[in-house]
Design a protein around this ligand. Structure first.
Ligand code: APR
Ligand code: ZN
Length: 374
């Protein structure tokens, strides 16, 4: 009944950094050619959304944030054949066009048609479908999910299994897949190995889950907040350490614990000095360091190149290296087959209107993932 029409609905609009989001009535235009309009059912609050609110990531305002979600197709634009109203879907902040140089490379999961780093705040046709109080509102990294309805390019949407519980699998849209894939696809963690995971938020815990599924025998969690340790152990960490409890640099602590360095180190905070610590913690000749955290726009990492010359590998990936449109539906099936659990990551459910409280919980270190439902 709403197909082809402008939908008026509620959205959390971000008018600028360092101010609360406001719940506004917005208008969502119908999907254009090769676009899909989706009713969002559940959306997680991720640290990357908060990076915009804190001012660490600069982009165009006003904007509707949110990129970790699941929903149901409301209507489709012209030329869309792979989606129909009622399909369960997950938005893809890294789209997969299947035509660009990266998409054609089986080793890469980026797509030239992504908006990360560019932050143009528009769909592929260079406009957004949102307006509020007569003003256009920008799109966020091809998705924008802090709204009852959103419009996305069809290359930025994955159709998932009908049985998927949307209020859980929304985490496959970002945090879980980013962490899990960083361990299994990018680190390629081997059975019997020793891993160090710096940062035990939702993404870090997902790295821990990935290391465990890959068969690591030691998984050392590192966090400045020791309250994060119990959950990390529940997800598969074998020991946890707090840098505040030591008066020597953390890489020296790890060297002592691991016969001179770990096989795999993961930075899951977005702090360039911790990235260097992770690199220093990895064993010479064979250690691999994976950058998972998103550093502030202007941050620069510096380290002694001898660390690399002596055989350490430094790498990274967005979205855990998954080719989004191909792999998200498979991850949802793996979840339904109980290959991994998402429950340990979910600490809070809240109605959408309480979104600012959800962000407060994240900033205070009180939550792992808060999932907002509509
Ligand atoms: N050393 C150790 N731990 C730290 C440090 C530090 N210097 N600084 C922060 N931490 C811990 C925090 O206490 C917190 O538990 O890192 C954790 C980060 O978790 P969250 O803030 O919940 O972030 P998360 O959602 O897991 O995302 C982590 O991955 O995708 C990116 O943008 C995301 O950069 C972010 C990172
Ligand atoms: Zn592409």
């Amino acid at each position: 009944a709403t197909a082809g029409q402008v939908i008026k609905c509620k959205a959390a609009v971000c008018w600028g950094p360092k101010q609360p989001l406001t719940i506004e009535e917005i208008e969502v235009a119908p999907p254009k050619r090769h676009e899909v309009r989706v009713k969002i059912v559940a959306t997680g609050i991720c640290r990357s959304d908060d990076h915009v609110l804190s001012g660490a990531l600069s982009l165009k305002f006003p904007v509707i944030l949110g990129h970790e979600a699941a929903g149901v197709v409301e209507s489709v634009g012209e030329g869309v054949t792979k989606f129909k109203p009622g399909d369960k879907v997950i938005p893809l902040f890294v789209p997969q066009c299947r035509e660009c140089r990266c998409c054609k490379n089986p080793e890469s999961n980026l797509c030239y048609k992504n908006d990360i780093g560019k932050y143009e705040g528009v769909l592929l046709d260079k406009t957004s479908r949102f307006t509020c109080k007569g003003k256009p509102i920008c799109n966020f990294i091809s998705t924008s999910t802090f709204t009852e309805y959103t419009v996305m390019d069809e290359i930025a949407v994955a159709k998932i299994h009908d049985d998927a519980p949307l209020e859980k699998v929304c985490l496959i849209g970002c945090g879980f897949s980013t962490g899990y894939g960083s361990a299994v696809n990018i680190g390629k963690v081997k059975p019997g190995s020793t891993c160090a995971v710096f940062g035990l938020g939702g993404v870090g815990l997902s790295v821990v889950i990935g290391c465990k599924v890959a068969g690591a025998s030691r998984i050392i969690g590192i966090d400045l907040n020791s309250d994060k340790f119990a959950k990390a152990m529940e997800c598969g960490a074998t020991e946890c350490i707090n840098p505040k409890d030591h008066n020597i640099p953390i890489h020296e602590v790890l060297a002592k614990m691991t016969d001179d360095g770990v096989d795999y180190a993961f930075e899951v905070i977005g702090n360039t000095s911790v990235m260097t610590s992770a690199l220093q913690s990895s064993h010479f000749g064979c250690g691999k360091t994976v950058i998972v955290g998103l550093a502030p726009s202007t941050a620069v990492m510096s380290f002694d190149p001898l660390l690399i010359l002596t055989g350490r590998i430094l790498t990274g990936a967005v979205f855990g290296g998954w080719k989004s449109k191909d792999d998200v539906p498979k991850l949802v099936c793996d979840y339904l087959d109980k290959k991994f659990d998402l429950d340990p990551l979910i600490t809070h459910y809240m109605p959408f209107e309480k979104i600012n409280e959800g962000f407060e919980l994240l900033r205070n270190g009180k939550s792992i993932r808060t999932i907002l439902t509509f």
